[in-house]
Design a protein around this ligand. Structure first.
Ligand SMILES: Cc1ncc(C[n+]2csc(CCOP(=O)(O)OP(=O)(O)O)c2C)c(N)n1
Ligand SMILES: [Mg+2]
Length: 347
């Protein structure tokens, strides 16, 4: 694996483009009713996950909340597997059973996609505990929104991570809003990073619209953790351009605020940096963008022609050892239930 500073920034820019084009297409497919349920887009926040993932090894762990499409893509899940998951198809990264909020890819160490605010933060701590318990030098990146920081499970998680000195970076994607509630109205802190200080966890504020700053800060923290295990906290200041979910017109914020952040666009910014340094031409950028659009269009075709999960797998992966499937059969047939509740013979 290449050292972080030598990884190809043009490749990282093309990942951000892939994420942006994927989300735009997902929005369109949602409106065309090809995608059901909830759907939360990551447009505007691309530098956070791309920068963070650029700073870690392939065998490190990541876990996140429900705004998770980009996290899977950045980790290496194919656009095909992501789009198919949105379409609820069996070829999706969660076999079509998870949907937008529950992407999962064990092969790429992406442990979800979790819908309940802050409920996955203790799971991230569990991943970090496993690393330390096994004596490995991996690191867990645990992403969550600003809305998670006032939840009880978040505090329990930080407390344990600090007590056990676990190898975890808590990455707060502060996009200023939890649904329609601004951080200012929900949080008594002057700044979110102050939450970490109370647990004696080192914390810093990072410009989440700047790919290079995100990558370098995560790299620095991860390097320190690999030398001697400890938790860390990074507050990424970022912004989502779209509403909370597809059904949110985002009327709680002004057009001027949105425009201010759009002018600071993370893709435009990295593109300008690379162009200034002679590492990227306009033609190359256009080609990358064209490739991203083509990959995403192909993923829609792939998702469309993929089959639905078979109906008899409906209860698979819900409970261990098919327990739910058994009870479903029992519930639909009284005679079988009587047999089943009579208990196993001869024990
Ligand atoms: C425990 C819990 N309470 C409420 C909700 C409903 N809910 C879904 S998303 C959300 C806002 C979370 O905002 P944030 O953590 O800032 O993430 P963002 O959407 O900005 O990425 C809420 C309150 C939930 N999913 N879980
Ligand atoms: Mg938020």
């Amino acid at each position: 694996m290449q050292p972080v500073e030598q990884r190809d920034e043009v490749e990282m820019l093309s990942m951000m483009l892939l994420i942006r084009r994927f989300e735009e297409r997902a929005s369109q497919q949602y409106q065309a009713q090809k995608i059901g349920g909830f759907c939360h887009l990551y447009i505007g926040q691309e530098a956070v996950v791309t920068g963070a993932v650029a700073a870690i090894r392939d065998d490190d762990y990541i876990i996140t909340a429900y705004r998770d499409h980009a996290h899977a893509l950045a980790r290496g899940t194919t656009a095909d597997a992501c789009m198919a998951e949105l379409f609820g198809k069996v070829t999706g990264c969660s076999r079509g059973l998870g949907g937008s909020m529950h992407f999962f890819d064990k092969k790429h160490h992406m442990y979800g996609g979790h819908a309940i605010v802050a409920a996955h933060v203790p799971l991230g701590v569990g991943l970090a505990f496993a690393i330390k318990y096994r004596g490995e030098d991996r690191v867990t990146l645990c992403f969550f929104g600003d809305g998670a920081i006032n939840q009880g499970s978040f505090h329990e998680a930080l407390n344990l991570a600090a007590l056990y000195k676990l190898p975890i970076v808590f990455i707060c994607e502060n996009n200023l809003f939890a649904m329609g509630t601004s951080v200012k109205r929900s949080t008594s802190l002057r700044q979110i990073v102050d939450r970490a200080e109370g647990y004696d966890i080192p914390g810093e504020i990072v410009d989440g619209m700047n790919f290079r700053e995100v990558r370098d800060k995560v790299a620095e923290v991860v390097d320190s953790i690999r030398k001697e295990s400890h938790p860390a906290f990074l507050e990424m200041r970022t912004y989502r351009y779209r509403g909370h979910s597809m059904s949110d017109p985002a009327s709680y914020r002004t057009k001027q605020e949105l425009e201010k952040y759009r002018l600071d666009d993370p893709i435009t910014r990295l593109r300008a940096q690379l162009t200034r340094e002679g590492k990227l031409t306009n033609e190359q950028f256009d080609l990358l963008d064209k490739q991203a659009k083509e990959t995403v269009l192909a993923s829609v075709k792939f998702a469309e022609k993929s089959p639905q999960p078979p109906l008899d797998t409906l209860y698979d992966y819900t409970y261990a050892n098919g327990a739910a499937a058994d009870s479903a059969t029992v519930n639909s047939d009284d005679s079988q239930r009587d047999e089943a509740t009579a208990g196993p013979q001869g024990q």
